[in-house]
Design a protein around this ligand. Structure first.
Ligand code: NIG
Ligand code: FE
Length: 388
């Protein structure tokens, strides 16, 4: 069954050869894009969908989210707005609530969060563990995550759990916990942040990442969020797909990223929700670094699932152009996940189209907080391999 999508006032393809097409059409078949171009030249299809003069963009790729959790930390947020600093200590609250939640509750919370994302135009999402911090609880989080996305990330090295010995915990994460989690994970991630007493230093992070790589996982790093630190250098050294946050970078960090295949993923919702200075996106872009934007949706530092909000923040607060911000939220996220089937609207790619209740992509930043974006129901949400 083929479908031709018409009435597209502006189609932002992110395909470098095609760019932006006005008065466009897209033909979709079997969940894949078959044809893209001016509506006047569109081939016939079995069925047509008229989006009524709206803009269409690639479905957002949210390459960093922590969605498997229970509990509530709104009081921590309120305290922060009253002047408290964020140091990762509140993660323990979520760990306790998550361990106590039955599978059915966690599954329902996760499904609701994924649905909330899709309703705002996200079609690919990465989901991390990291609120279990025991072998059984981390493996459970990843089993549940794998029910909704192939982009599952083992984050046993989120924080050292209360009462645990640091060295023994790192050995557990890199050993028994990794062995239990690797079958359900595509990636391994580490919160490498010596500025936090709860997170991991460069040697600890390296040990976990090398063990993850030996177990067949791709590498990601939480780095340079709370202060300058070794996260970016480590991510580049080990060839990680992405280093995320990048709020505090030295000139050497920027140079290292520019000469690497590691994507810098910026999470401006975190700076918004922790009232912190934003990362210097212009410096990264001007140096030629590939930049992604993601929500980091989590109960501590940013409980927002909205990619349009991240685009608006990137434009308003980080001096990215609307086009750069949209690229970072689509093709940039795809690069951060090393995916070549999403983030771009082109023949052969997944038919992940997001329609905006607006004539152009500029409105994503121009109309902040307005629910303009939704995923067109032409392809199923990016499911685990073999499920679509
Ligand atoms: O990406 N920085 C570490 N982890 C999360 C926050 C987790 C939490 O506070 O619950 C982040 O910001
Ligand atoms: Fe995170």
């Amino acid at each position: 069954m083929s479908v031709v999508v018409t009435g597209i006032a502006e189609l932002v393809t992110q395909d470098p050869w095609v760019g932006v097409v006005r008065d466009a059409a897209v033909v979709v078949e079997d969940g894949l894009v078959r044809w893209v171009g001016p509506a006047a030249g569109a081939p016939a299809a079995d069925r047509s969908v008229d989006v009524g003069g709206r803009a269409v963009v690639p479905g957002f790729v949210d390459s960093h989210a922590h969605l498997v959790f229970a509990g509530d930390r709104s009081a921590e947020f309120a305290a922060r707005m009253a002047g408290e600093r964020y140091d990762g200590g509140g993660i323990a609250t979520t760990v306790a609530a998550t361990r106590a939640a039955p599978d059915a509750e966690l599954r329902a919370l996760l499904a609701a969060r994924v649905a909330e994302m899709r309703a705002q135009g996200t079609t690919t999402v990465e989901v991390k563990s990291g609120y279990g911090l025991t072998v059984a609880d981390e493996a459970r989080a990843l089993r549940l995550a794998a029910e909704v996305t192939p982009e599952t990330t083992f984050l046993g090295a989120h924080v050292v759990p209360a009462g645990a010995d640091r060295d023994a915990y790192v050995a557990l994460v890199a050993g028994e916990m990794l062995a239990a989690c690797a079958p359900h994970a595509r990636w391994v991630d580490v919160f490498c942040e010596p500025a936090s007493p709860h997170a991991f230093d460069a040697d600890e992070a390296r040990a976990v990442l090398l063990a993850g790589r030996a177990a067949g996982l791709g590498l990601r790093v939480h780095g340079n969020q709370l202060g300058p630190g070794p996260g970016v250098a480590l991510a580049v050294e080990l060839g990680a797909a992405s280093v995320d946050h990048c709020t505090h970078l030295t000139a050497a960090d920027v140079d290292a990223l520019a000469g690497s295949g590691t994507v810098a993923t910026l999470l401006p919702g975190v700076e918004f929700s922790t009232r912190s200075p934003y990362p210097d996106a212009r410096r990264l872009l001007d140096a030629g670094v590939t930049v992604a934007l993601a929500t980091d949706c989590n109960p501590g530092t940013c409980f927002s699932s909205s990619m349009p909000l991240m685009i608006a923040l990137a434009v308003r607060e980080m001096r990215m152009t609307p086009a750069e911000a949209l690229r970072a939220a689509t093709a940039g996220g795809a690069a951060a996940l090393r995916r070549d089937d999403v983030g771009v609207i082109a023949p052969g790619r997944r038919a992940d189209l997001t329609v905006l209740d607006a004539p152009s992509h500029l409105h994503l930043a121009y109309r902040p907080g307005v629910p303009l974006a939704r995923a067109l129901a032409l392809a199923p949400m990016d499911g685990p391999p073999g499920r679509d």
